[in-house]
Design a protein around this ligand. Structure first.
Ligand SMILES: NC(=O)c1ccc[n+]([C@@H]2O[C@H](COP(=O)([O-])OP(=O)(O)OC[C@H]3O[C@@H](n4cnc5c(N)ncnc54)[C@H](O)[C@@H]3O)[C@@H](O)[C@H]2O)c1
Ligand SMILES: [Zn+2]
Length: 358
């Protein structure tokens, strides 16, 4: 896999990345006898026309539309999708095209993989978060009761088409959300990406989006290639996510939910501080990382009376082993380590650091 390659295969998945990579789709679909396109109401309006413009007129698929948003990433929506596939007489050798953000690729991958013991599917991510993260790596599934991503399976799409054209209609807040994951790759594994970002906020990236998306997607593919089922190394992708997930879940219950990226940005600040305390991250590197995050993300406001709730939310996390939470932390800027035990009082101190630091 080359740095600038637009088309390559990794672990049986074909990747098409970059501007105009969608042009490969027509040829691809000519070989398929029937396909279905899964959309939500926003991607139906904003992304389906882009796709249809690229496909030749004789290539059409049936549309399956679901409601947008995390609230709908559940088994009820799966039932609707399975019902539609059944009514369409869909067969195992047909294809599902997931056209949307992480919600669509997660639920679309799951429903396709379980329908008649598994249909083929491809991902066409349309959010920045989807393009650099959710559409890659084979994790599919839905939320169950209050548990996020509780039901699901590892199942890979046949292909992933990552074309920045879709980002033109994405709002600023969603774009910024994906940028948190890009910063994460820079911090955990990719000093070159840090150089390309060159101290800019997400709104100053301009013409470099293509390069940055390409590099981030390849970073994720590289990690997944080494440890597909998250037995070890893949856990480095959890940097910022132990505390990030706790914040995301806590704010979901309020009138002001925050995006995944906003939560992860805050989590990365706390966990960067923990990295300085636990895994030898130098103070000047810590300062640089935190200031780069602060350039794109305002600090989230929460008070110390929420700390205990947040702590217990990290405890429900899948990464908990025998009472002590294990974190993925930074050894240096560009290198991460995983399974680092962090005691509760240190987690609380990192929250204190977050709210006091500014
Ligand atoms: N499987 C994985 O490895 C993985 C990794 C990270 C996140 N995820 C999952 O991804 C989900 C979050 O993904 P997301 O941030 O993409 O959210 P999302 O799919 O909810 O999309 C965000 C919003 O943008 C809209 N939208 C999508 N593309 C658009 C476009 N091009 N123009 C205009 N609007 C558009 C959607 O309709 C939605 O309202 C979560 O459920 C998370 O658990 C999965
Ligand atoms: Zn994430």
């Amino acid at each position: 896999m080359q740095e600038n390659e637009q088309k390559f295969t990794s672990g049986n998945v074909n990747y098409y990345i970059g501007q105009n990579s969608l042009k490969f789709l027509s040829d691809y679909l000519k070989k398929i006898n029937r396909f279905f396109i899964l959309v939500d109401e926003n991607t139906e309006v904003n992304c389906l026309p882009v796709l249809n413009k690229i496909l030749s007129k004789d290539i059409t698929g049936d549309i399956i539309q679901i409601k947008s948003g995390e609230d709908n990433k559940n088994l009820d929506t799966c039932n609707l999708i399975w019902e539609k596939l059944t009514n369409f007489n869909a067969d195992r050798d047909n294809l599902v095209i997931n056209l949307g953000g992480g919600v669509i690729t997660d639920i679309g991958g799951f429903t396709a993989s379980t329908y008649k013991r598994g249909m083929k599917f491809i991902n066409i991510p349309t959010t920045l978060l989807g393009q650099v993260d959710a559409a890659i790596g084979g994790k599919t599934g839905v939320d169950f009761k209050e548990y996020k991503n509780h039901i699901g399976l590892f199942s890979n799409p046949e292909s992933v088409f990552i074309d920045p054209v879709f980002l033109n209609t994405l709002n600023k807040r969603q774009l910024r959300s994906g940028f948190a994951e890009i910063l994460k790759y820079a911090f955990i594994m990719d000093p070159m990406l840090t150089d390309i970002i060159n101290n800019r906020s997400f709104s100053e990236i301009g013409n470099d989006w293509g390069k940055i998306i390409h590099k981030s997607a390849i970073d994720k593919i590289t990690v997944v290639e080494k440890d597909e089922k998250e037995n070890g190394f893949r856990k480095i992708l959890n940097f910022g996510h132990t505390i990030g997930h706790a914040l995301e879940t806590w704010f979901l219950k309020t009138d002001n939910p925050i995006t995944h990226g906003e939560a992860v940005a805050a989590g990365m600040i706390c966990e960067t501080w923990l990295s300085h305390e636990f895994t030898g991250l130098k103070e000047d590197e810590m300062d640089k990382i935190i200031s780069l995050i602060d350039k794109s993300f305002e600090r989230i406001i929460f008070k110390s009376d929420t700390f205990d709730d947040l702590l217990s939310l990290t405890k429900q996390d899948k990464k908990v082993r025998g009472g002590s939470s294990r974190y993925s932390l930074l050894k240096s800027s560009g290198e991460a380590v995983f399974d680092i035990p962090v005691e509760d009082n240190w987690m609380l101190r990192s929250l204190e650091f977050y709210i006091m630091d500014k």
